[in-house]
Design a protein. Structure first.
Length: 366
């Protein structure tokens, strides 16, 4: 707990071990396993071709290692993760990938290998969560190159491994945008299982990525642009292209870029949805504002101010908390919750919703 509040952190990244694929990938596929290119753990090749470009190698930064001394020494184990959660006042962590965000989703990886890699990753993550199943909650990586295999793996991950959501990249995999009807069986499976779709972005993959064309070697600009813009277009797919009208009970979350952009982007979509000639060909017949309040959610981040303004625009039922641990938090760890806790513009009931109630309802956490 943090003060009087129980806390669910919806954006906690794990740092996968360097031997993940050697240990967990099924034998017939081990010769095609990802091969590390350097010490970053996310620079790797699969089948001789890179699956990442210029990723953020923060793990070798001395300042970073100094802040997370114990965690580094423990090789980012499940127990060290729990120790950091205790320092932060976090009760439950929803676990997002790091290397896993790059490894599986490249168009040159064939469907059988992608499915085997997804199984390997999810089995590893389930083992990681065994450190404390009540506090560490897994999200399923899916082989999006093949929708049928994705449906099978999501069902296994939820029913057999106890995972609480399906993870999807915002970027197009094999040229499919997120409103492509090929994905409908996957969305139906998530709905049937009662788990949300979680969408996020990882700068530096080889998938099409907003901003990389203009800032190919500018890490600052690329990071600032890609995370937010990728979530914007993902949200446009779900809320402007009839996905959520076809699946009215499906929850979709947009994580990893804060929530301060929500008021602007919803207003922008609303304006174009209702305008002629802009809105006349919009497939969705229900307004984006209504759909987001009914089925969407986003994670507020430690650096953000103006949470009250977000609530005024979209309400306090659609915002959850997300620290982005352990992505560079050098100035705030382990106190990243402090600014939110002391925000006098929010009531205690609103803080309780963001820190626990909303996420507990979405992810089925008791």
């Amino acid at each position: 707990m943090k003060g009087q509040f129980k806390v669910i952190d919806t954006t906690r990244h794990i740092i996968e071990p360097v031997d993940l694929w050697d240990t967990w990938l099924e034998e017939p596929f081990k010769t095609q396993r990802p091969i590390k290119m350097d010490s970053s753990r996310v620079s790797m090749t699969v089948k001789g071709r890179p699956v990442s470009r210029n990723p953020n190698n923060f793990l070798v930064n001395p300042a970073y290692q100094q802040v997370f001394t114990d965690t580094h020494a423990a090789n980012f184990s499940g127990q060290s993760h729990l120790s950091d959660m205790d320092k932060e006042g976090v009760d439950v962590g929803i676990l997002l990938p790091t290397a896993g965000m790059y490894a599986i989703w490249s168009d040159h990886i064939d469907a059988p290998l992608a499915a085997a890699m997804a199984r390997a990753y999810n089995n590893y993550l389930a083992d990681y969560c065994k450190t404390d199943k009540k506090r560490l909650k897994g999200i399923a990586l899916l082989p999006l190159q093949n929708i049928e295999e994705s449906v099978i793996e999501l069902r296994r991950a939820v029913k057999d491994l106890g995972f609480v959501a399906a993870f999807m990249r915002s970027n197009p995999v094999v040229h499919r945008l997120l409103h492509n009807t090929d994905y409908d069986p996957l969305y139906q499976e998530a709905l049937d299982l009662g788990v949300p779709i979680v969408v996020s972005e990882a700068t530096g993959s080889v998938l099409p990525e907003l901003g990389v064309d203009r800032y190919p070697n500018d890490k600052f600009s690329h990071e600032a642009v890609s995370h937010t813009f990728e979530l914007w277009v993902a949200m446009m797919s779900f809320f402007g292209h009839n996905v959520l009208e076809r699946f009215p009970g499906l929850k979709v979350g947009f994580l990893g870029a804060g929530a301060g952009w929500l008021p602007f982007w919803i207003d922008r979509l609303e304006e174009h949805w209702g305008e002629i000639p802009f809105g006349h060909d919009c497939p969705s017949t229900l307004p984006p504002d209504y759909l987001f309040k009914r089925q969407g959610f986003a994670a507020s981040a430690p650096w953000e101010t103006g949470t009250k303004e977000i609530f005024d625009e979209v309400g306090d039922n659609v915002v959850v908390w997300g620290s982005q641990y352990p992505w560079p938090m050098l100035s705030s760890f382990p106190d990243e919750l402090d600014n939110f806790i002391v925000d006098s513009s929010l009531t205690d009931e609103q803080k309780k919703k963001v820190l626990w109630d909303n996420a507990a309802s979405i992810f089925g956490i008791e």
